[in-house]
Design a protein around this ligand. Structure first.
Ligand code: GYE
Length: 337
């Protein structure tokens, strides 16, 4: 998969900074923690750069580590779990102080986490949840509450259709995230927990778009019927619930290429890219459930606590808001992506 240009730029900046630092190290006085060897070393395994959200998430963590004087060993897994397992393994061999990783899928981590535990290295799970029988294999999780994001998406629909079309069925296409990943699973579960109480909503089709714009584009092309409506087989689509902005923009690309106005369908998306919030103002998107990618500062606090031998909470959530077509956006500050 091709890397986003911002991440490439960031990589260059990090490389340049490293070169500059080692050059300056000859002339500059070392910091206290460098001097006495107490600088924290954090091994961080990121999934890749599949979305703008992910790119911002990586930036936030690298920036916060630099600000907190934490030395970070950053590995990009390019969307493959095996690369993440290898990276975590190499962090253990390098005897880093703390390991943080974003699990691309929920399962398959027990062996490598057991290795980290045996080596006495605490692990923080970032952004996505894992399934393991032994919770003592990691110190804690920092991320978002995906179940509640799914619920918020559905609550908007319940509100929007409270009075309009009370008796007509409303057909929903769900475009879900990466299979076996916790946000895909939890967002779907949260969404259903609300709409199942409202019989007029029917999920007529659910398909994974892997959190990718390219897959959203493919799905967008598939649902365009010969009369320029949107449908799955004979069933017209009234609502699209997309698990992230990247896939939503893929669908919108397909609609634009085929001269179809996005305003004919209600679109609910999750993440909160600036351009998605803007799209609320011209009717291309109807609701954005924000997912905050800026986990860096809080992650660094947790890393420091673990380094001091202190416990951390089992779960730390970062909050997100909901933006809808009913709001005004004069006060929208954005989350940097
Ligand atoms: O919504 C999506 C990303 O895991 C919460 O992954 C994250 C999701 C986010 O690529 O854009």
């Amino acid at each position: 998969m091709s890397e986003g240009p911002r991440i490439k730029k960031l990589g260059k900046i990090i490389l340049l900074s490293a070169v500059l630092c080692s050059f300056l190290a000859g002339c500059k006085k070392k910091t206290e923690s460098e001097e006495d060897g107490s600088q924290i070393i954090l091994g961080f395994s990121q999934i890749g750069a599949e979305s703008e959200w992910r790119i911002r998430n990586t930036e936030s963590i690298l920036e916060a580590a630099a600000q907190n004087g934490i030395q970070i060993i950053y590995e990009n897994a390019r969307q493959k779990q095996e690369n993440q397992l290898q990276a975590i393994h190499s962090f253990i061999i390098s005897q880093v102080d703390v390991i943080a990783f974003v699990p691309i899928v929920e399962t398959g981590w027990d062996n490598v986490l057991q290795e980290a535990k045996d080596a006495g290295i605490p692990v923080i799970v970032v952004d996505r949840m894992i399934k393991t029988a032994d919770k003592s294999l990691y110190a804690g999780l920092i991320g978002e509450d995906s179940f509640s994001e799914g619920k918020k998406a559905a609550e908007f629909l319940v509100k929007k259709y409270k009075t309009s079309k009370p008796d007509e069925p409303l057909n929903i296409l769900e475009i879900s995230g990466t299979e076996n990943s916790s946000p895909a699973y939890e967002r779907a579960r949260g969404f259903r927990s609300v709409i199942q109480k409202e019989p007029k909503f029917r999920i007529i089709h659910s398909e994974s778009g892997d959190f990718l714009r390219s897959k959203g584009h493919e799905i967008g092309n598939k649902i365009i019927s010969f009369n320029s409506g949107l449908s799955i087989g004979q069933n017209p689509i009234d609502i699209i619930f997309s698990h992230n902005d990247a896939m939503t923009w893929g669908v919108l690309d397909a609609l634009r290429e085929n001269n179809i106005h996005a305003t004919t369908v209600t679109i609910v998306t999750i993440d909160g890219e600036r351009k998605s919030i803007e799209a609320l103002t011209y009717g291309a998107i109807n609701c954005v459930v924000e997912c905050n990618p800026n986990t860096g500062p809080k992650l660094c606090e947790l890393v420091k606590l673990l380094h001091e031998g202190k416990p951390i909470p089992p779960v730390t959530y970062v909050d997100g808001e909901v933006f809808t077509e009913f709001d005004s956006f004069t006060k929208f500050a954005g989350k940097g992506f």
